[in-house]
Design a protein around this ligand. Structure first.
Ligand code: NCD
Length: 473
């Protein structure tokens, strides 16, 4: 198994065995950072950063320079033909003919996937909107492994904006796959998106336990939790305990890692931008870390920090965030070299296999169903010329589609079958998505509508159930 020629759009593009192998290449590289200048000689990396970046861009560029390669760069949409209305696909094709590898950061969710589909060369996702940031997750995982040796069974608390924090989405998937116990402290309004939680329980076969964050626990100074996620490979012992003793157990055994994030205010809709979210945002400081459960905790942050992580912690030996950022260079060196095939690793077929792949049926009929995420690449004017909405059918009851680009979920209300109407208008009926028809219609015959008007526009008539229901209203 080799990584040569592949892209990294999601952390799930790498198996656990491949991640471990990449870490061992990074280990070797970090032992002699300045001795690697022959590895990518003659290669060109296109560094396309259409959103602010310090660490990710500079560590990627430093990595390529240390490997002896060169860089071409674009840092603003306004300075490229994207500003003239060019599509990402066209840009990808062209840049793909100039460079050997592309690193892209873009505000649209799913943008990196489109670039990978069209570039014809390896593409690395350096952050696509609030969706994923797989190389940050690699740096995070690498740091946890270095500091704790293993990830399996560790108790890792994720603190902050879980909704829009792309780095924490990729990290959550990786932690689950490596068998960590993930703790979600309360973050009202900023909870983990449904599609991330669904993946944990369906694809990684873990258990999500929702707890009531209780006022009295907070008063007693116990670390409050909203939910915990337990993977099949980690001990379920904690999960057996009632809520209150989970808190006590955590006090006793401690939290291994506290992963902090800033409020991703640039991704919040104006209505959410109020002071409320900011006011209630958790702050990690000396006082919090005095708790018994944090005695041996390592504190991590993808940076940049704003107000959520006190400067007084910088000298604390538990603080890991600057080390975490520094490790970005050897990790990205290893990744570039492996994708370009200038370094090879042997990974057994077994280690390279993906435990989490679930083959969901795909829904790609032109029946008007759209992704509801206005930030999804499939909803952008320049991209709708060639992108057709595509979904995974992730659940039938309730009917749930996951966008293939941004993974956000939609819950369409109406369904029909392509099998029954065969040109006869009177049998072209649509039904409610929560009726028994959802189990009767084969996935390959399923037609899905967002609204009754869309069903009507496609020549379908309401079923008698729908008309009776309307009369009853
Ligand atoms: C993160 C990002 O860009 O998503 N930063 C980074 O890459 N180190 C986190 C953030 O911006 O909050």
């Amino acid at each position: 198994m080799s990584l040569t020629g592949r892209s990294l759009v999601s952390i799930d593009d790498l198996s656990n065995g491949e991640i471990e192998a990449l870490f061992s290449v990074a280990d070797k590289m970090s032992d002699s950072l300045s001795n690697q200048s022959g590895v990518c000689q003659g290669k060109i990396m296109a560094s396309l950063f259409f959103e602010p970046s310090t660490r990710t861009r500079l560590s990627f560029e430093a990595a390529m320079l240390r490997l002896g390669g060169r860089i071409i760069t674009a840092v603003e949409v306004g300075a490229t033909s994207l500003a003239k209305g060019e599509s990402l696909a066209d840009m990808a094709r062209v840049v793909g003919s100039y460079a050997d590898i592309i690193v892209i950061r873009h505000p649209w969710e799913g943008a990196a996937r489109v670039v990978a589909d069209y570039a014809g060369i390896p593409v690395i996702n350096a952050g696509d909107g609030g969706h994923e940031h797989p190389t940050q997750a690699l740096c995070d995982l690498y740091t946890i492994k270095k500091e704790r040796r293993t990830i399996e069974g560790l108790k890792i608390a994720l603190f902050g904006d879980l909704r829009y924090g792309r780095a924490v989405h990729s990290l959550t998937y990786a932690l689950a796959r490596f068998g960590a116990i993930i703790l979600f402290p309360p973050s009202p309004g900023l909870e983990m998106p449904e599609h991330v939680l669904r993946k944990l329980t369906t694809e990684y076969k873990g258990k999500l336990i929702r707890l009531e964050a209780r006022d009295q626990e907070v008063k007693k100074g116990l670390f409050p939790l909203d939910a915990m996620y337990v993977t099949p490979s980690s001990s379920h012992q904690l999960a057996m305990l009632p809520d209150i003793s989970i808190q006590i157990e955590l006090k006793k055994t401690g939290i291994d890692t506290l992963y902090v994030m800033r409020l991703q205010k640039e991704r919040h809709a104006p209505a959410e931008e109020g002071q409320e979210l900011k006011k209630n945002y958790p702050v990690v400081d000396k006082k919090l870390l005095k708790g018994k459960e944090f005695k041996g905790t390592i504190v991590m942050h993808p940076l940049p920090r704003v107000d959520e992580l006190a400067y007084e912690l910088d000298a604390d030996p538990r603080s890991m965030y600057f080390k975490q950022a520094a490790r970005g260079v050897p990790i990205r060196m290893a990744l570039i070299a492996l994708l370009l095939g200038t370094k090879e690793i042997t990974i057994s077929k077994e280690a390279a296999s993906f435990v989490q792949k679930v083959d969901y049926p795909i829904y790609d009929r032109d029946s008007g169903v759209r992704c509801l995420n206005s930030n999804c690449v499939s909803n952008q004017e320049t991209e709708t010329r060639y992108i057709k909405p595509e979904f995974k059918i992730v659940s039938l009851e309730p009917l749930t589609l996951g966008c293939l680009y941004c993974e956000r979920e939609v819950h369409p209300q109406y369904i029909a079958s392509s099998e029954w109407h065969q040109g006869m208008l009177e049998t072209k009926k649509y039904h409610s998505a929560d009726s028994h028809w959802i189990r009767k219609i084969k996935p390959e015959n399923l037609i899905i509508f967002d609204s009754e008007s869309e069903a009507g526009a496609h020549g379908f008539k309401p079923s008698s159930y729908i008309t009776a229901h309307r009369r009853g209203r």
